[in-house]
Design a protein around this ligand. Sequence first.
Ligand SMILES: Cc1cc2nc3c(=O)[nH]c(=O)nc-3n(C[C@H](O)[C@H](O)[C@H](O)COP(=O)(O)O)c2cc1C
Length: 329
Amino acid sequence: MSSTLSTNLAGLALRSPVLLAAGTAGTLDELADALDLARIGGLVTKSITPEPRDGNQPWRVVPLEAGMLNAIGLANPGIEAFVKDYAPRVPSVGCAVIGSIAGFSVDDYVRVASALDACNCFGAVELNVSCPNVHKGCEFAADPELLQELLREVRAVLPRTRLFVKLSPIPTGKVTMSDIARAAIDVPRSNPTGPNSRPGADALCIANTTPAMAIDVVTRRPKLGRITGGLSGPAVHPMAVKLVFDVHRAVAKATSTPIIGIGGVLRWEHAAEFILAGATAVQVGTGLFVDPRCPLKIQRGLEKWVASQRASSIASLIGAVDTSDNQPR
Ligand SMILES: Cc1cc2nc3c(=O)[nH]c(=O)nc-3n(C[C@H](O)[C@H](O)[C@H](O)COP(=O)(O)O)c2cc1C
C-alpha cells in the first residue's frame, strides 16, 4: 500500500482511509477468509450490547435494486462473551479495530465502553446512537441534550480510547444533522483535569442506514419480519455525501473534527466523493455483500486518483470540492 493513502483519523494512524462498516463484516474478523485485513485501513466490529441478543425475526435482509434493506436488530454475543472470545484476537487482526457499541440507556453504553477500554486494544469506540432497527435505537441521535449527557458519561470511562459517534441520517424533531453534530463535538466539560483533550466526540461517523420499508405486492405483506428496516447501499450515497458536506462546512472543519463518510461506497469514486465533501475516511458496508474484496479495489482506485489529481496524499484532498463557480445555497 502506497503511503499516499496513509492517513490520520483523530490521532489513529491508518494504512488507508478505507474501513469496514459496523455489522457488515461479522462480529470481528470473520471476513478474513475472503479479504486480507492486513491490507485495509481498519474495521468496525458488530455493535455490542451489554447482554447477548438474537436480533429480530426473519426476514432480516432484503435485496433491492438500489441497495439493501435490513432489520437485523443488533444480534451480537453481548459484552462478556465478546471480551472473552473475540477481544483477545484484536491485536492480530492486522488493521485498526474500532469497537462499536449499542444500547438502550446511558448505563448500557457506559458498561460496554468501560469493558472495551479495559481491553486497551481498540483504536476507538464507535457509539451507534442511530440504529433504526430496534425500539428507541435512534433516541440519542435525535436530541442534542440527551446525546451530550451520554457522551459525558461515556467519555469518563474511556481514559485510553478515542470516542467516535455514529449519527442518524435523519434526525427527528426540529434539529438538523449539523445541530446534532455540533452537540456531539461541543460537550460541556465536566472534568477539566480528565485525560482527554476534548470532552466530546473525536470523530463523527455519517451516517447509519435510513429508515425504509418494502412490501410484497402479491402477499401484501411487509418484506421484513420487523415490518420496517434500514436502507443502505447506492440509494443512500448521494444523501450521505450531502450530510458530510454540510457538517464539514458547518462545524467539523472549524473544530478539526474528522468525519467518516458512510453510505453506498461500492467503488473508489464513491469514496473519493466523500473525501472531497470533507471526510477523512470512509466505511464500506453493503459493498461487502456484493464483493467482499471491494475495499482493495477501492484502495487501488484511490491511489490512482490521488496521483491523477497531482496531490501528495489523500489527506490533502479532504474537503477539496471546488464550489467556486456555483451559486451560494
Ligand atoms: C446487515 C447490516 C448490519 C448492520 N449492522 C450494524 C451495526 O451493528 N451497527 C451499526 O452501527 N451499523 C450497522 N449497519 C449499518 C452500516 O454500518 C452502515 O452504516 C450502513 O449500511 C450504510 O453503509 P453502506 O451503504 O456502505 O452499507 C448495518 C448494515 C447492514 C446492511
